[in-house]
Design a protein. Structure first.
Lengths: 289, 309
């Protein structure tokens, strides 16, 4: 097989773990609270900036920053929930979209004001691992492993702990959950915080292999939506498969098509539209009223 | 406020708008007001769709598509405003028909995601395609009225007036009443024989076509397309915020919202180099949380009281 092809497949494979973590947080909020958080991508963006600035200003190891990203974005998430999300839970989806989109614009422009439109990348310079004639970037490998660990951890928490089972109960039937004495508000708050924290952590990982800029939020957010549309809700295995599909096909397009990295941006839209055209009833868990 | 007073207010408003160039000889203000009129038109066009409860967060897609349609006609066939408008309308009709018929049957959120992603996609295509669309450098277009800002301004006012009247007419047609019912309760709409999908698609088509036509006029005003500007998220965002801030369930609301916010944006733009659009994020959040019906429905503006909803 062609060497470049193998290299491309490996790169796409490794990057899709970032997409996966971005999507996990979004999917968590969506399946539990039935809210699409358009600001999720901006949380990722903030995470990327945190890692960059902590490294540049205080020489903090980016891998340690990942924890800080989670904690800081957890707090920002709680704040956003308390200020806004909390008040529109029962309102029409129009208002929910507009509110979270408002937060997205707010954070994006805040980043523009603070750090201008420039892209900052971490000056990580580790030697790639050589496997025969194939090169493996150490950072990509690391983010893949971290992504894998986090996915397994979330899967375990959701399926094997009391906390996860409670969340499942709420997502299946909110009223019934209230009736058996579950404090739904607290669980909402906590899961929104965790989802935001995950976004921050994903942002930290993004800064390893990409860069921090005010506009990466939109890009990654859109990819996460695509993965959710492809995979449906509440099924981690399908989410993994969908992330792989998106990551691999983007890597392929950007290598094999002329000016491919540009065209790869359009792939998300094509996927969204064709999935919706093929499955007009909507994806499980998000069916039309 | 009754119908007659409202008519007088509109007459007065438009007379004042027409008089601005003769009273104020300040070129900067004319340019600013031209921008305001264009944004009012865009916001009114957006509101036709928003009345059904659907949010398109990629209106820039149709604005840009219209602009490119006009530029292509201008490039290959020659300067022909009528043909350009028709072609722009046609392109936007096709695009909105495809997106609408696929996503408007589903929950509103799919539509929002699809429109957002559509705008991003068109931006990529416009930046990449060199032969026809000119790539990142764009296409230049012959200006209307020899680039005379006064005539451009008058044309903008007339365009705005046409869309305003169209909005009132639509409000009094079945589409207008159906939109209100669909936004409030889709199940109710179905039970009284309104087909929500049909009216949502219809509203989307009208809104997209009008936005496209505005885009094809706009490109003759700026005379040059830059893909990153014409498909910018900023356009979609500002239209959204203007409509919501004003109050989408009226016609007066979006007009007022666009008028106020565009001027505020301009003042901010002069003072903040990057990120002056933060105002739209704030306005969206505050509007949704505290004045979801828009400023037009705040007590001082008792316009809505006697209007049928």
């Amino acid at each position: 097989m062609n060497l470049m092809l193998i290299q491309t497949i490996i790169n796409g494979f490794l990057v899709s773990s970032v997409y996966l973590i971005v999507t996990l947080g979004l999917s968590l909020v969506l399946s539990i609270m039935r809210i699409v958080n358009f600001a999720h991508g901006e949380f990722v963006m903030i995470g990327a900036y945190i890692t960059y600035w902590f490294y540049t200003l205080f020489k903090i190891n980016p891998y340690i920053s990942l924890f800080l990203c989670f904690i800081i974005l957890f707090i920002i998430g709680l704040f956003v929930y308390k200020v806004g999300i909390n008040k529109i839970l029962d309102e029409p989806s129009l208002n929910q979209v507009l509110l979270t989109f408002g937060f997205s614009i707010l954070f994006q422009n805040l980043a523009l004001i603070l750090w201008t439109a420039n892209a900052y990348s971490l000056p990580l310079k580790s030697n790639p691992i050589k496997l025969g004639t194939i090169f493996l970037s150490r950072e990509r490998l690391n983010i893949f492993i971290i992504g894998l660990i986090i996915t397994l951890l979330i899967n375990y928490i959701l399926n094997h702990t009391n906390f996860g089972k409670t969340l499942l109960a709420i997502s299946q039937n909110k009223k019934a959950a209230l009736l058996v004495g579950i404090n739904v508000t607290n669980y909402y708050l906590l899961s929104f915080g965790i989802a935001s924290g995950l976004a921050g952590l994903a942002g930290g990982l993004v800064s390893f292999v990409m860069y921090a800029s005010p506009f990466i939020g939109v890009k990654l957010g859109l990819r996460a939506f695509t993965i959710i549309v492809l995979a449906g809700l509440g099924n981690i295995n399908m989410t993994i498969v969908a992330s792989l599909i998106l990551g691999l096909s983007e890597a392929m397009i950007s290598i094999y098509l002329p000016q491919g990295s540009g065209w790869a941006e359009g792939l998300s839209f094509l996927l969204i539209l064709s999935v919706l055209a093929i499955k007009p009833s909507g994806i499980k868990g998000l069916r039309t009223e | 406020m009754n119908k007659r007073t409202l008519t007088y207010i509109w007459l007065l408003t438009f007379i004042l708008l027409f008089l601005i160039p003769t009273v104020l000889k300040n070129l900067y203000i004319i340019y600013l007001m031209n921008g305001v009129m264009i944004y009012i038109s865009l916001t009114l066009a957006f509101s036709i769709l928003a009345k059904t409860g659907q949010v398109s967060i990629g209106q820039a897609a149709f604005f840009g598509a219209g602009a490119y349609a006009a530029a292509i006609v201008n490039k290959y066939i020659g300067f022909n405003p009528l043909l350009e408008f028709i072609f722009a309308a046609f392109i936007c009709l096709i695009f909105s028909l495809i997106i609408g018929s696929i996503t408007l049957r589903l929950k509103g959120i799919y539509f929002s995601i699809a429109t957002l992603s559509f705008a991003q996609t068109l931006l990529v295509i416009a930046n990449m395609e060199r032969k026809i669309l000119g790539g990142a450098t764009g296409i230049s277009v012959r200006p209307f009225f020899n680039n005379n800002i006064y005539y451009n301004y008058y044309f903008s006012i007339i365009l705005c007036l046409v869309i305003l009247i169209a909005s009132y007419i639509i409000n009094n047609l079945k589409l207008g009443y159906a939109s209100v019912v669909i936004r409030n309760d889709e199940r109710l709409a179905r039970s009284i024989g309104i087909n929500p999908v049909k009216y949502k698609i219809l509203a989307f088509l009208i809104s997209a076509v009008l936005t496209g036509i505005i885009g094809s006029y706009y490109i003759h005003y700026v005379t040059f397309i830059i893909p990153d500007e014409i498909f910018s998220t900023n356009i979609s965002v500002s239209i959204l915020a203007m409509a919501i801030f004003g109050g989408i369930n009226t016609v007066e609301g979006p007009f007022l919202g666009a008028f106020i916010l565009k001027i505020i944006e301009e003042l901010l733009r002069l003072n903040i180099k990057y990120g002056h659009l933060i105002i739209y994020g704030l306005i969206l959040i505050i509007s949704i949380l505290y004045i979801p019906e828009g400023i037009i429905n705040v007590k001082y503006f008792s316009l809505k009281k006697k209007r049928r909803q």
